[in-house]
Design a protein around this ligand. Sequence first.
Ligand SMILES: Nc1ncnc2c1ncn2[C@@H]1O[C@H](COP(=O)(O)OP(=O)(O)O)[C@@H](O)[C@H]1O
Ligand SMILES: [Mg+2]
Length: 264
Amino acid sequence: MNNNTYAQTQLVASHLTMNYGTPSAHPALSDVSLQLSAGESLAIMGPSGSGKTTLLHLLAGIMKPTGGDVLWNGNSYAKMSDAQRTKLRRSDFGFVFQSGQLLPELPAIENAALPLMLAGVAPAEAKRRAQEWLVSLGLQDLLNRRPGELSGGQAQRVAIARAMAIAPGVIFADEPTGALDQRTGMEVMQLLTRVAAQQSTTLIVVTHDARVASFCSRTVTMQDGRLGDAGLASASAGASVAEEPANGVFTAAPAGVQGKVSVR
Ligand SMILES: Nc1ncnc2c1ncn2[C@@H]1O[C@H](COP(=O)(O)OP(=O)(O)O)[C@@H](O)[C@H]1O
Ligand SMILES: [Mg+2]
């Protein structure tokens, strides 16, 4: 579905600083630089308030930094208009958030088809592609369920289908397991990393959970708005072995979530 089959520097953040304008001891983000290769999976870890979501939103072009810039395949966000950045987001990026991201009045299939329609794909074709993803994520019997009739894990699968359906270059996931019990969270992470790897889609996961981070091939840690370690050292794309998280407490995907995943 996309052609990012070889490693290349795809996303470059240089010297990002974010100051929300509120009086505080330090800015939300200070001088963060980071490079990602196509197809790489990166976990951004760190405690609450350390700047993870701010960094994710800047990388995705959702908001503008106070300083610094982001390059997407060599194209500077700072040189784009707001409309151009919005268009880029809709065509090239998929998003999975903690919860509450699906429109409650729409059935799963229409929720999953929505970004395609926003990107200009005709409704019938958008629904066809959305259905393909929902089926491949085990939701074939739930296509017409509304979000209120889905479990948390099922709703996250719909969100993954919605993100993947546009064949994005990057999936941005902010605490994608934050509202799930541990087992369901690991299942969702397994699915997310599996489909991203299958499509060579770059994956950026924000989490404060080392077990979640261990599904990614590289981990960086935020602390007080700064990047703690190895931000500039780009790991080889597609590496399957998780780096040890900074706190060293967890290094492997838990047993029991490796096989076929049931819908919970
Ligand atoms: N919209 C905002 N306006 C003002 N301050 C904000 C806003 N969003 C985040 N912050 C502040 O920026 C810092 C980093 O927040 P955030 O990026 O959400 O951290 P994390 O995702 O790691 O919890 C925190 O001090 C937070 O209070
Ligand atoms: Mg956050």
